[in-house]
Design a protein around this ligand. Sequence first.
Ligand code: FAD
Length: 540
Amino acid sequence: MGHNHDVDAEVDVDVVVVGAGFAGLYRLHKMREIGITARAFEQGGGVGGTWYWNRYPGARCDVESIDYTYSFSEELQREWRWTERYPAQPEILRYLNFVADKFDLRRDIQLETRVESASFDDVTATWTITTDRGEVVRCRFCVMATGCLSAPKRPGLDEAAVFDGPTYHTGLWPHEDVDFTGMRVAIIGTGSSAIQSIPQIAKQAAHLTVFQRTPNFSIPARNGPIDRDRERWSDEHFAEFRSLARQSGFGSSNVFNPQSAFAVTAEEREAEFERRWQTGGIAFLGSYMDLLFNEEANELAAEFVRQKIRETVHDPEVAESLAPRNHPLGSKRLCIDIDYFETYNRPNVTLVDLTKTPIVEFTAQGIRTSAGDHDLDAIVFATGFDAMTGALLSIDIRGRDGLSLRDEWIDGPRTYLGLMVSGFPNLFTITGPGSPSVLSNMVISIEQHVDWLAALFTHMRDNELVCIEATDAAQDAWTAHVNEIANLTLFPCANSWYVGANIPGKPRIFMPYVAGVAVYRQRCDDVAANDYEGFELTRA
Ligand SMILES: Cc1cc2nc3c(=O)[nH]c(=O)nc-3n(C[C@H](O)[C@H](O)[C@H](O)COP(=O)(O)OP(=O)(O)OC[C@H]3O[C@@H](n4cnc5c(N)ncnc54)[C@H](O)[C@@H]3O)c2cc1C
């Protein structure tokens, strides 16, 4: 590693932040708080990230609104009132705009600007960032707040060019209202976004045809107005409420049952599943502690959900196609819905099971499967994202000696703590692969990373350190540890986007850290307390 840095090299700004979603906004705020200059670039036309782009009908958060908020400001929590148990996209976008205004963040954010490359100069220990507007910005630190689910995946979109009607991607939804009234609409995909939008589109369209490759488990949200008593409690017990979330596995105040599914009788188990099904939401996964570790325990919960699908969907053949059998419950992202399975009872909704009748081609009129033609007026792609690495690798990132991140990660992402990559000094990935990220309430994980980095920057300033880099050894050990922990669970059993299985040719590696947010936080704090063990910090 280089040790002779010319620290007197001029920089335009101390930190460049890429992205202005939950992560980028908090990052800017935190930098100001510790007196470090920062500037953010965001390719979108507004702040909000995920909630700026995903405007599809039914777009909503799966984590409850009071949990899915910043915790860094008690005043902010008291000033902002949510309306529903699960916030819908427009409300979250309003919240993030409110945060940007309240903390006066906009003056450091440049919108409609895509960062195209970032390269490190070892002599000066600086990063040079270039944008699609031709700007060149020199900085000491580069923070990628580019999002885990921000690079939409568009299989078939090129092929769909022959289609005469409009096509949409849920993750790139137009800002104008899309009116499907009277139209024959197709939706491709049955993941989280599809499961949220299918009931909404079905209410409007003349006919909706759902093209399903893999059925997914989904739990009713039981959405409704926010519980004002709970909200009041969280205000009055701010510190306790936030600490509970930080000390949990998932990063929310949900209650997880520490019992094994086999420690109780079959009747008790059914009653617990039923109770959680009626309560709704992600807490269903916490019915028993072994659901994500033990295949037989998982099968009990999976069969409970399949039975619910059979009871809900009137046509037995459709119910069977909708019942997931090729992966354990929760090993792919668990979906949370409002009337999803009920929607298949509508006369204007048809399910096409692509495992039985695959798509042959797109035509000018619609979609041709092996069973025949579907004439359509519009096609919606709900095909998800190139998760966790897509946005990072779409930027040409060069570390020491021109080392390319795309080359370094050719066999899958390798990081130390999900925060840094060996060979890329002073470059940080907020909620990067190898951190809990998408397997947690992401706001909690984002805040934890940003706070940890703020402490690091202060430490570096106080000790006149200019450069930090993860060592190879620490990165190897962490990557092995992430996989070792994942292999104790059922997560790697599924062909999910957690392992990159939704992107043809993407190396199969389990990307999130599954040990939970509390364990991970402790680990990061221990590393810092241990003089930033596993990192090499250098002076000028
Ligand atoms: C439909 C949907 C539902 C979700 N529901 C939940 C949920 O229920 N609970 C939960 O915890 N999480 C959920 N998530 C995950 C969600 O992404 C996070 O909760 C959170 O919003 C991430 O914030 P972020 O700032 O890290 O990333 P993002 O919000 O993705 O923001 C990243 C920003 O970086 C910008 N960017 C990327 N690359 C560049 C570049 N090269 N140049 C300039 N700008 C760039 C992007 O345009 C984007 O605006 C959901 C995600 C989606 C897509």
